[in-house]
Design a binder for this molecule. Structure first.
Ligand code: WT7
Length: 633
């Protein structure tokens, strides 16, 4: 596609133009997509409320752009290449034509269940082709998908279903991950038993074939209603600003919020960023190892690749099954050209030993990508040398659920790389660093809080059902700026290096988890009086979770109590939020106004007790000594 930049010189000139004339720039990008009706205005915006509208008046359907548009030129090319959990099982290849037909059948099946434009549909599914098919089927008919990562608990699922009043859940019987067989349908049953009054139907895919319990009033088998549908389903004409999907993500306070993305802007942004960052060439195999339950999977397994007519590899399994060579075996088997994963996976595989990378032919690899958390220098070099054999550029892509797509990243093979730097903003992206007072920090070699001064098409529009929360979280901290929640450094070349979150959000194995969320879960345990949770540096996970817990009395069996706590957190949130360290304490350091001094708790969790600052003004300075002495390592 001709919106792809080819040289660094071109990047610099396109970037300059995109800042001078953002509307002209994005209109030029948007013209590469199919619109049933052109937009009346490219952009209307103000960050105060916020109110952001891209391509207003334009009508399109993202699935027309992902599927129909490619049928003539690449109908027989593979769109989705599925690699199963078990390497002994067969891979599945769905061509663009087959995917088109499956999406249409599934869209018609959804209609037969009474689902239509604007209805919310929840997905709680493993990484199988039907997840991508179902998501596209929703988009086909204008239903709003809300994918919940299938590792979350029944409680988390119920909360998300209820927050956006979903009409149906799509799930499977079980989920095969590594040597585990996880009862997916059972979790959905448990969620519904907690009360999900909006749910009318549960559409169940038979995947592993293990038996499930059945409620004929709501449960419907996928194979009973999908295959017999027509393979044609006209795409619903969507307004550019109609809702495309909701994706829940954690913040520093309270419950996860539903980030809302809309059809036109998201489409343009996902398509443009995929092509430019990865420099995808026709016919190449692109593999993003994320789960479709996260934004990375939405934008760079499903929408971005399909918008560009790419072959997207979708992997059901885990990096360490049957052994730590699986990723490289899959790269060799499917001749993967572009490989996109998270630093936590790189560190885990690096720790497993170089022998797992050896003996695999990785010569097909051309570009490597990293996403989700800062990549440390050691992991960057290992990735570059052992996987890329020194030949493949690494794109360290910085972005967020709220940004819809990549904002800061090298363009593969074009932008000169600096290890650990996400580098330069993509065209149309205007980052800045601000200090605590909100003043913009100019110049080189500076550090501050990362903000965006101008909207881009993929920016969050609202948080579902609570627009005020969207304003508060992203647009109220600094006037006229979108606040990312991250701290960053800018060097003498204008390169950005992301330092990490500056709010109470942790990044554990690339998963975003709020400290408050984990505290609320821990506090559900009947023996817990109060708790405080902080992140601490973790060799593999990036950050680990450290929990300080006050109990209602002496704990006789600490190991048993800790196990109970982990079970509580797993029950309320899911296993990804389990604390790595638990310390039972008699009190938490608090200011005289009763605020927990997290800075002190963070230092102790980091193992750095040398400089805790002045603790004498605390309400309870004596507790600091106790916590220091009892700190877990
Ligand atoms: C947070 C967003 C966006 C895809 C997955 C995560 C951190 C993301 C990088 C990177 C350093 C990164 C930030 C950001 N993050 N990519 N390349 N370098 N940090 O999406 O769950 O919405 O989390 O992930 O802290 O704010 P998310």
């Amino acid at each position: 596609m001709s919106y792809r930049i080819k040289t660094f010189e071109e990047y610099k000139s396109v970037y300059k133009k995109s800042v001078e004339d953002p509307e002209g720039f994005w209109a030029g990008v948007a013209e590469h997509f199919h619109w049933n009706k052109p937009w009346k205005s490219v952009l209307e915006w103000e960050f105060k409320t916020p109110n952001i509208k891209w391509f207003k008046g334009g009508k399109t359907n993202i699935t027309y752009n992902c599927l129909d548009r490619h049928l003539k030129t690449r109908g027989d090319q593979v769109a989705i290449l599925w690699e199963p959990n078990n390497p002994e099982d067969d891979a599945i290849r769905l061509t663009y034509r087959q995917l088109y037909e499956e999406v249409c059948r599934t869209a018609n099946a959804l209609k037969s269940l009474g689902i239509g434009k604007g209805d919310r549909v929840c997905f709680y599914m493993p990484m199988v082709p039907e997840l991508a098919i179902g998501v596209l089927a929703c988009a086909r008919i204008g239903a709003v998908h809300s994918v919940v990562f299938a590792g979350f608990s029944a409680q988390s699922l119920a909360d998300r279903i209820n927050d956006s009043a979903c009409k149906a859940v799509l799930c499977s019987d079980f989920n095969a991950r590594g040597n585990k067989n996880i009862p997916v349908k059972k979790v959905v049953d448990d969620a519904l038993a907690m009360g999900c009054p909006s749910i009318e139907k549960v559409l169940v895919l038979r995947h592993t074939g293990d038996p499930v319990s059945w409620n004929a009033d709501v449960d419907v088998w996928w194979h009973d209603i999908v295959p017999n549908q027509s393979a044609e389903c006209p795409p619903e004409q969507m307004d550019a600003e109609d809702m495309l999907f909701i994706l829940y993500t954690s913040g520093s306070t309270g419950k996860p919020k539903g980030v809302v993305h809309t059809v036109g802007g998201y489409m343009v942004f996902a398509g443009y960023t995929f092509s430019n960052v990865f420099q995808y060439n026709e016919g190449e195999v692109f593999w993003c190892t994320a789960d479709v339950g996260w934004i990375t999977g939405h934008s760079y397994i499903v929408y971005g690749p399909l918008l560009n007519g790419a072959t997207s590899l979708m992997f059901e399994g885990v990096p360490t099954f049957p052994d730590a060579g699986r990723f490289w075996e899959v790269c060799e088997k499917h001749k993967v050209n572009i490989f996109y994963t998270a630093p936590t996976a790189i560190r885990a595989l690096m720790a497993a030993g170089d022998e797992w990378t050896e003996g695999h032919d990785l010569s097909s690899l051309r570009v490597l990508g990293s996403v989700g958390e800062p990549i440390n220098s050691e992991a960057w070099h290992w990735y570059h040398d052992k996987i890329g054999k020194g030949r493949c550029p690494i794109v360290d892509t910085w972005w967020q659920t709220e940004t819809g797509g990549i904002l800061i990243s090298p363009l593969a093979g074009i932008t000169p790389m600096k290890p650990t730097y996400a580098s330069l903003p993509l065209p149309g992206i205007q980052p800045c660093l601000v200090d605590a007072s909100g003043k913009e920090i100019e110049g080189d070699d500076v550090e501050g809080m990362l903000c965006m001064k101008f909207p881009w098409p993929g920016i969050i529009r609202t948080t579902y059902g609570d627009h005020e929360r969207c304003r508060q979280t992203y647009f109220a901290t600094f006037e006229d700026k979108y606040f990312t929640g991250d701290g960053a450094r800018r060097d003498e070349d204008g390169y950005y290096r992301i330092i990490g979150r500056v709010d109470d959000v942790m990044n554990v194995s690339g998963h975003r988890i709020g400290t408050a969320e984990v505290e609320n879960a821990i506090n559900e345990n009947p023996h817990v009086v109060e708790s405080a949770v902080v992140g601490f540096p973790h060799e593999i996970k990036g950050q680990g979770i450290y929990a300080y817990v006050i109990t209602d009395g002496p704990v006789s069996d600490v190991a048993k109590f800790e196990k109970e706590l982990l079970a509580t957190v797993t029950r309320i949130i899911g296993p990804i939020a389990k604390p790595d360290m638990i310390q039972i304490v008699s009190g938490l350091p608090k200011t005289r106004s009763g605020k927990i001094m997290r800075r002190i708790l963070r230092k102790i969790a980091e193992g750095d007790t040398s400089n805790l600052g002045d603790t004498s003004t605390l309400l309870n300075p004596e507790v600091v000594e106790e916590i220091k002495v009892g700190a877990r390592r």
